[in-house]
Design a protein around this ligand. Sequence first.
Ligand SMILES: Nc1ncnc2c1ncn2[C@@H]1O[C@H](COP(=O)(O)OP(=O)(O)OP(=O)(O)O)[C@@H](O)[C@H]1O
Ligand SMILES: O=C(O)[C@@H](O)C(=O)CO
Length: 424
Amino acid sequence: MTLALGCIADDYTGASDLANTLTRAGLRTVQTIGIPADDLALPEVDAVVVSLKSRSIEAGLAVSRSRAADKWLRGRGAGHVLFKICSTFDSTDAGNIGPVMDALRADCGEGAVLVTPAFPETGRTVYQGNLFVGAVPLNESPLKDHPLNPMHDSNLVRVLARQSRTQVGLVDLATVTRGADAVRARLAELAAKGIGAAIVDAVFDRDLETIGLVAAEHRLSVGASGMGLGLARALVSTGRVKPAPSSETGAAVGGLAACLAGSCSQATLQQIANAERIMPVLHLDPERIVAGAAEAQRALDWARPRLAEGPVLIASSATPDAVAAVQARHGRDAAGHAIEQAMAGIAEGLVQGGVRRLIVAGGETSGAVVDRLKIPGFLVGVEIAAGVPVLRAVGAEAGEMLLALKSGNFGGAEFFSDALRLMC
Ligand SMILES: Nc1ncnc2c1ncn2[C@@H]1O[C@H](COP(=O)(O)OP(=O)(O)OP(=O)(O)O)[C@@H](O)[C@H]1O
Ligand SMILES: O=C(O)[C@@H](O)C(=O)CO
């Protein structure tokens, strides 16, 4: 297998978002959980997205795991590696976007790295280096209340510079609009000044196509699914990849269906409220989760008799005030970790009880669940909502399974019913 594109994603939902974008652009793509074991039977593909759970861990660990994934991908022929980050640039001043970018850049000897989280299909655009979420700057969006990495600065040149050892420049929209040669020239100018990274503006998919053409000539880029779109279209338009027909739904899996939500985003809170109309919903008590295993057991006891009648939803999700109160009592990381592990335990119990179709909301939550279920990889199926495909597990201990891993902010108001309709 010689890869046309290698990707390292810093969380699992982000990885499935990217795998979805690449698949829709015509690249045969597989998503792996971590670096695949040698005996995992991977199909012949153009792109591999290695999913890491490295967004919110200690920076040194994120760097070493990302470097190992990069080495694996380049060892399979990937001339270009995309480090997939969140379209809302989720990170803190300690990392992990800057430190990982610096390390991968040093390893491949890149001059200046193109960086953009723009993903216009989901309302993420970048102008003059400022990230907009829909109509508002990042620091005025719901991301200001994120439980793990509240985002208080929309200027990504500043945000990345605080995390990185290199200086950060800007390729502005006026340059992108002039085309690939103008972007090439600006990047060369920045590299000549010793500036190692450039936030690049993008508002429309056509901007990402221009950026993709230039990025594909380099060894490394950093971005969200929009950068993936640009790269994929460049690989196809320059004849380096022969586009594959769009993804198949595959055979039905059957089995029981359940939903888990650990995301506290506004989008997820609305989706849960709407799900109450169509399925039983259990709201977990975060205090009891932190106190011990009884709350997870209560959830399984609650779900068991109901599942035979239809899907259920179990949620820890809460409003920003409630999340802040739990964090004040137990610490941000300890509370987050305890809730993620409880969700993973609930997922394990549900699968032991016959659940084979599982929808998970939240990147960290999905990471904990997929790890606990020991699923080594996924094939990408139909799209439920922008950035969220149906995933078919490959090599799972439980056998045939369908999953949907929803990024906290993604999906329409009826996301859970939309997903269940497509997961048979
Ligand atoms: N009631 C709660 N109180 C405090 N923390 C919570 C609560 N419910 C969930 N959490 C924690 O909040 C974090 C939510 O992160 P997660 O990545 O799962 O969702 P998200 O950030 O909305 O999604 P994404 O990363 O895909 O955008 C997790 O660590 C989770 O355990
Ligand atoms: O880019 C995004 O917004 C998502 O793929 C994601 O990474 C959220 O966790």
